[in-house]
Design a protein around this ligand. Structure first.
Ligand code: PEP
Ligand code: MG
Length: 877
């Protein structure tokens, strides 16, 4: 039988897998000698076993009993004792923070008899004791026994109505005692039993409920969104209660050792006097800045500052904390390395370097590509002076424009219709999560930077303004009023999560400062954030082994990518050069009845293609440019079958000659494929349509001859057998031989067979570039154009994968094909060069994989280039 329970003295911060983040850090603080209320943690092992079997593991009962006895001895009180009760909180705490997604039960141990003891402890404060008891029944009823929360809410409203007050604080001891009676009735009506009067039974039931809350809908959804594994389970922390609601010399707060929004140094926090911790996080009452505490309780404030300095020094990073002051005495309830905005992550990392706390390698580890991508989002262009409605707290940066919506479900429905929406609420709670995910941004009228809305939005990288307290939000009418304006559901508003400003109408957006810096229009020194990005990215460049190229098929994209740091083009898809006005030439090519007609069409395409390549080679002078020969089936360039058939039928019906359309229709019918993705495309076109690839090769070679510093590489798509490549190579070499240019010839590895015969294919290739889009499509047998919307939700729900394999490389399957091809290709031909040009080349997780398997470069879209540079650096430190 294992050990399922740890006193705080027994744990430490490295035990997050076992004790969860909260438990591990409570242990760490306890061992640092900080004032943590005594308690113990029940492990995630116990949770996993409970979720698997539906029963608490054998021995847990006894272990909890032993640790509870130790806790009672420390406190000199017994759980639920009628004269002098010990009360405990039962709190969830998983390895990764999931703010508000799981359950917590406070005041466990209160019963009909111990409520008097609690009043005595509180100096005869009966009101406090009855209020604590009614909170327990409410939380316990809802969380442990699934009693509908509104029942309690309504009873509370009725009690306030009867007492003629609008505020909870207006209820006196007698009213609260009456309310407890009513709550117990509600409890009985819904559960068929009395509210448990055995304190230990309360504790055990609460522990099981917290375990079960791991699988609550909102927790499941949050994990999917944040890519947190589904099988970790949560730990449970049982902690001696301390009370922040014992009067004016008590209170509770949340604080950060630095500003989590901007990263600027200096303690930042919110404080709420005479309240319990849950009140702050829920944003129910508006908090005051932490500095206000200094005025009311200087010793506790000073102690808090000293503790925060100690925590930062110890964790060498921004920490966030939750604390409670009970009758003037400070207690630490939680700490962890704090969540922060993307901007703050970069700024804090470089500040810590300057403060000598960490080195640049560590700074690089502490930021990531997803954060950098967020910093590249556009901001509002305010030059037209849009009408400002109000200003709240900028809680999560970004510029969001959308229709105001006041209900989470409605937000989801509208987003499904393709509408952009802003979710407007008084405050959010975990049930709003689907709406928050669906919305472009979130606006609330209550709560600070530590409210639920703010914490969750920051975690998701979603724009959020909270605490805009001028807003009078009327959820029933579906509108808010501010300063005489009425904004109704469906009206467009613009929300700036950086400044906290909210505007009426759609405000135009402009490039972010970070993008302006990449574009070369903003100096790195001009802005602290840009300068932080510049320093860390420069270090990433100096550190990384992987080169970063771009996927670009126009001069404009190539030029931008080069400004963003691209070291060449890894994929130019030539098919765009067959679109627009050039379609007519492609039609002629397809319809050609004789070799002469075909050659004539190809001859007209040649100079057009050559000009395209000249432009690319110029923009990428001295850097490699990989041009891929045409890949999609040619009929993709013809009009759709149905349209043509109708056109021809209509013409014939009217007795007109459909002429050219009839020929086209015949061609489309002739070329129709049931599975075009597996049909006549890529190298197969080159083998079947005489002169097509030769024309493209000639255009590349002639363009290269015109541009100094051109470094062309020709890439053949969809190769599955070395013979295919050899045939094309022989044809290309003849043309190249006519000119004095150096051209490499390589192949994509995007058909599984190519990966499995890489040793052979290497004999005919100068380089391999992994087409991980097709390799995923053919490796899994998933149509890349259809499956994501169709059934991936079920795969994600079942945890078959945590993220679409088209987004992030499937290491075990498709990744294995990549590994085989690298190993066997390199063994056959040591000088072979390797890259990747599928979408995965710009995905942070995948970049690390490509570094590990030993590729030479990744290639991605221009805007992803800085992200890939950063992640390639991170992979190397
Ligand atoms: C690929 O398959 O990964 C690739 C880059 O080619 P395309 O996306 O054009 O099929
Ligand atoms: Mg492909």
């Amino acid at each position: 039988m294992g050990k399922f329970v740890y006193d705080f003295e027994e744990g430490n911060r490295d035990l997050k897998d076992l004790l969860g983040g909260k438990g591990a850090n409570l242990a760490e603080m306890t061992n640092l000698g900080l004032p943590v209320p005594p308690g113990f943690t029940i492990t995630t092992d116990a949770c996993r076993e409970y979720l698997r079997t539906g029963e608490l593991p054998g021995g847990l009962d006894r272990q909890v009993g032993e640790h509870l006895a130790t806790l009672e001895a420390k406190m000199g009180r017994r759980l639920g004792d009628s004269g002098d009760p010990l009360l405990v909180s039962v709190r969830s705490g998983a390895k990764f923070s999931m703010p508000g997604m799981m359950e917590t039960v406070l005041n466990v141990g209160l019963t009909d008899s111990s409520v008097a003891g609690l009043a005595a402890q509180a100096g005869g404060d009966e009101r406090f004791a009855w209020d604590s008891y009614r909170r327990l029944i409410q939380m316990f009823g809802k969380t442990v026994c699934d009693v509908p929360g509104e029942e309690f809410e309504h009873a509370l409203d009725d009690a306030k109505l009867a007492a003629g007050t609008r505020d909870d604080l207006g209820l006196d001891a007698a009213a609260l005692r009456g309310l407890v009676g009513r709550y117990k009735e509600i409890f009985r009506e819904h559960t068929g039993r009395d509210f448990p009067q055995d304190p230990r039974e309360q504790l055990d039931l609460a522990v099981s409920a917290v375990f079960r809350s791991w699988n609550a809908d909102r927790a499941v959804l949050y994990r999917r969104q944040e890519r947190i594994p589904t099988d970790l389970g949560t730990a449970v922390n049982v902690v001696a209660m301390v009370f922040g609601n014992l009067g004016a010399d008590s209170g509770t707060g949340v604080a950060f050792t630095r500003d989590p929004a901007t990263g600027e140094p200096g303690v930042y926090g919110d404080y709420l006097a005479n309240a319990q911790g849950e009140d702050v996080v829920a944003g129910i009452r508006n908090t005051v800045p932490l500095q206000a505490l200094e005025e009311v309780n200087k010793p506790a404030y000073d102690e808090l500052m000293a503790i925060m300095a100690k925590l930062e020094e110890h964790y060498r990073d921004l920490c966030d904390i939750e604390f409670t002051i009970e009758r003037g005495k400070l207690w630490m309830l939680q700490t962890r390395v704090g969540k922060r905005t993307a901007a703050a992550a970069f700024v804090i990392a470089t500040h810590l370097v300057d403060e000598g706390v960490i080195d640049l390698d560590e700074a690089l580890r502490r930021v990531n590509g997803a954060q950098l991508a967020q910093l590249m989002f556009p901001t509002f262009d305010l030059s037209q002076e849009p009408e400002q409605l109000t200003r709240g707290v900028g809680a999560s940066p970004g510029a969001a424009v959308g229709k105001a919506v006041f209900d989470a479900q409605h937000a989801v429905a509208m987003a499904k219709e393709g509408e952009q929406v802003i979710l407007v609420r008084r405050e959010t709670n975990p049930d709003d999560l689907p709406g928050m995910i669906a919305a472009q941004g979130i606006l609330t009228s209550r709560g600070g930077k530590t409210s639920h809305a703010a914490v969750v939005a920051r975690g998701m990288g979603k724009t959020c303004v909270c605490g805009a307290d001028d807003l009078d939000v009327n959820l029933h009418k579906g509108q808010f009023t501010v300063d005489g304006h009425v904004v109704s559901e469906g009206d467009v508003i613009s929300v700036d999560g950086t400044t906290g400003r909210v505007y009426l109408g759609a405000v135009p957006v402009q490039p972010s400062p970070v993008v302006q810096y990449f574009e070369g229009t903003l100096d790195a020194a001009a802005d602290p954030l840009v300068s932080a990005v510049h320093r860390i990215l420069t270090h990433a460049d100096a550190t990384r082994r992987l080169k970063v190229r771009t996927n670009a098929d126009t001069g404009e994209d190539a030029a931008r990518a080069r400004r963003f740091g691209a070291q060449g083009i890894g994929l130019c898809r030539t098919e765009h050069m067959f679109l627009g006005e050039r379609r007519a030439l492609v039609e002629r090519l397809i319809l050609a009845g004789t070799p002469q007609e075909r050659d004539a069409a190809l001859a007209e395409l040649l100079p057009l293609q050559r000009d395209d390549f000249v432009e690319l080679f110029r923009q990428m002078r001295d850097l490699p440019v990989t041009v891929r020969l045409i890949d999609p089936p040619l009929h993709e360039f013809l009009p759709p079958l149905e349209d043509l058939a109708v056109k021809v039928a209509v013409a014939e019906e009217r007795g007109q000659d459909p002429g050219h359309d009839k020929d086209l229709l015949d061609a489309v019918r002739r070329m129709h494929e049931e599975n075009p993705m597996l049909g006549l495309r890529g190298v197969r076109l080159g083998l079947v349509i005489p002169g097509l690839f030769a024309m493209q090769v000639r255009a590349i070679v002639e363009a290269a001859a015109q541009v100094d510093g051109a470094r062309p590489e020709i890439m053949v798509p969809l190769v599955g057998a070395v013979q295919e490549l050899e045939t094309i190579r022989a044809e290309a070499e003849k043309i190249i031989g006519e000119h004095d240019v150096d051209v490499k010839i390589g192949t994509m590895i995007e058909v599984p067979r190519a990966a499995l015969t890489a040793g052979d294919i290497a004999q005919a290739a100068d380089f391999f570039s992994f087409g991980t889009n097709d390799l995923t499509q053919m490796g899994w047998g998933f149509s890349r154009d259809d499956v994501e919307g169709a059934f991936f939700w079920r795969y994600l729900e079942l945890g078959i994968f945590g993220v679409s394999p088209f987004e992030s490389i499937d290491r075990d399957g498709v990744g294995r094909l990549v590994r085989i091809a690298v190993d066997e290709g390199r063994a056959a031909r040591p000088e072979l060069h390797f890259g990747v040009c599928g979408e995965h080349g710009g995905d942070p997780e995948s970049v690390h994989f490509f570094h590990e398997v030993g590729l030479d470069y990744v290639s991605c879209s221009p805007f992803r280039v800085p992200v890939a540079r950063l992640e390639a650096g991170r992979a190397a430190v």
